[in-house]
Ligand binder design. Structure first.
Ligand code: FES
Length: 99
Protein backbone atom coordinates (compact mmCIF):
# COMPACT_ATOMS: atom_id res chain seq x y z
CA UNK A 1 0.00 0.00 0.00
CA UNK A 2 1.17 3.51 -0.81
CA UNK A 3 0.44 6.25 1.71
CA UNK A 4 -1.27 9.25 0.12
CA UNK A 5 -2.60 11.71 2.66
CA UNK A 6 -4.43 12.36 5.89
CA UNK A 7 -8.14 11.61 5.52
CA UNK A 8 -9.16 15.13 6.53
CA UNK A 9 -7.33 16.52 3.47
CA UNK A 10 -10.20 15.14 1.38
CA UNK A 11 -13.41 17.14 2.01
CA UNK A 12 -16.58 15.15 2.65
CA UNK A 13 -18.46 14.40 -0.54
CA UNK A 14 -15.55 15.37 -2.77
CA UNK A 15 -12.37 14.03 -4.36
CA UNK A 16 -8.72 14.97 -4.58
CA UNK A 17 -6.29 14.13 -7.39
CA UNK A 18 -3.00 12.31 -6.77
CA UNK A 19 -0.23 10.99 -8.95
CA UNK A 20 1.16 7.59 -7.98
CA UNK A 21 4.02 6.20 -10.02
CA UNK A 22 3.04 8.41 -12.94
CA UNK A 23 -0.63 7.34 -12.79
CA UNK A 24 -3.28 9.94 -12.02
CA UNK A 25 -5.88 8.75 -9.54
CA UNK A 26 -8.88 10.35 -7.87
CA UNK A 27 -9.57 9.61 -4.21
CA UNK A 28 -13.17 10.16 -3.19
CA UNK A 29 -14.54 10.52 0.33
CA UNK A 30 -18.28 10.15 0.62
CA UNK A 31 -20.45 11.92 3.17
CA UNK A 32 -20.89 8.49 4.77
CA UNK A 33 -17.09 8.38 5.33
CA UNK A 34 -16.39 5.79 2.67
CA UNK A 35 -13.19 6.25 0.68
CA UNK A 36 -12.48 4.84 -2.77
CA UNK A 37 -10.09 5.40 -5.67
CA UNK A 38 -10.48 5.38 -9.43
CA UNK A 39 -8.28 6.39 -12.34
CA UNK A 40 -8.44 10.17 -12.74
CA UNK A 41 -9.14 9.86 -16.44
CA UNK A 42 -12.60 9.27 -17.83
CA UNK A 43 -12.62 6.35 -20.31
CA UNK A 44 -14.83 8.40 -22.61
CA UNK A 45 -12.67 11.41 -23.54
CA UNK A 46 -10.27 11.78 -20.64
CA UNK A 47 -12.21 14.06 -18.32
CA UNK A 48 -10.73 14.55 -14.83
CA UNK A 49 -12.90 12.39 -12.59
CA UNK A 50 -11.39 14.09 -9.52
CA UNK A 51 -13.48 17.13 -10.58
CA UNK A 52 -16.61 15.00 -10.86
CA UNK A 53 -19.50 14.73 -8.45
CA UNK A 54 -20.97 11.87 -6.48
CA UNK A 55 -24.55 10.83 -7.15
CA UNK A 56 -25.29 7.95 -4.83
CA UNK A 57 -22.92 5.15 -5.79
CA UNK A 58 -21.97 6.82 -9.06
CA UNK A 59 -19.25 9.24 -10.11
CA UNK A 60 -20.48 11.83 -12.60
CA UNK A 61 -17.83 12.93 -15.11
CA UNK A 62 -17.52 16.73 -15.27
CA UNK A 63 -17.24 16.84 -19.06
CA UNK A 64 -20.25 14.98 -20.46
CA UNK A 65 -21.96 13.68 -17.30
CA UNK A 66 -21.48 9.99 -18.03
CA UNK A 67 -21.81 8.06 -14.79
CA UNK A 68 -19.51 5.36 -13.45
CA UNK A 69 -20.35 2.91 -10.69
CA UNK A 70 -17.82 3.47 -7.93
CA UNK A 71 -17.66 -0.24 -7.08
CA UNK A 72 -17.50 -1.92 -10.48
CA UNK A 73 -16.30 1.07 -12.52
CA UNK A 74 -18.93 0.31 -15.15
CA UNK A 75 -20.39 3.16 -17.20
CA UNK A 76 -24.09 3.94 -17.64
CA UNK A 77 -23.55 4.52 -21.37
CA UNK A 78 -23.19 1.73 -23.95
CA UNK A 79 -19.81 1.05 -25.52
CA UNK A 80 -17.78 2.95 -22.90
CA UNK A 81 -15.08 1.02 -21.06
CA UNK A 82 -15.25 0.90 -17.26
CA UNK A 83 -12.99 3.15 -15.23
CA UNK A 84 -10.23 1.41 -13.28
CA UNK A 85 -10.82 1.20 -9.54
CA UNK A 86 -8.05 0.72 -6.97
CA UNK A 87 -8.18 -0.76 -3.44
CA UNK A 88 -7.97 1.86 -0.70
CA UNK A 89 -7.49 1.58 3.03
CA UNK A 90 -7.80 4.12 5.83
CA UNK A 91 -5.91 3.30 9.02
CA UNK A 92 -5.40 5.74 11.86
CA UNK A 93 -6.61 8.53 9.58
CA UNK A 94 -4.06 7.80 6.85
CA UNK A 95 -5.32 7.03 3.34
CA UNK A 96 -3.35 4.45 1.37
CA UNK A 97 -3.89 2.95 -2.06
CA UNK A 98 -2.83 -0.33 -3.65
CA UNK A 99 -1.77 0.24 -7.25
S1 FES B 1 -14.99 12.73 -20.90
FE1 FES B 1 -16.13 11.82 -19.29
S2 FES B 1 -18.12 11.63 -20.07
FE2 FES B 1 -16.98 12.46 -21.71
Amino acid sequence: MIRLCVLDEIPLGMARPFVVGGTKIAIYRTREEQVFAVADRCPHKGGPLSDGMLAGDQIVCPLHAFRFDRNSGSCDQPHVCPVTAYPVSVQNGIVSVDM
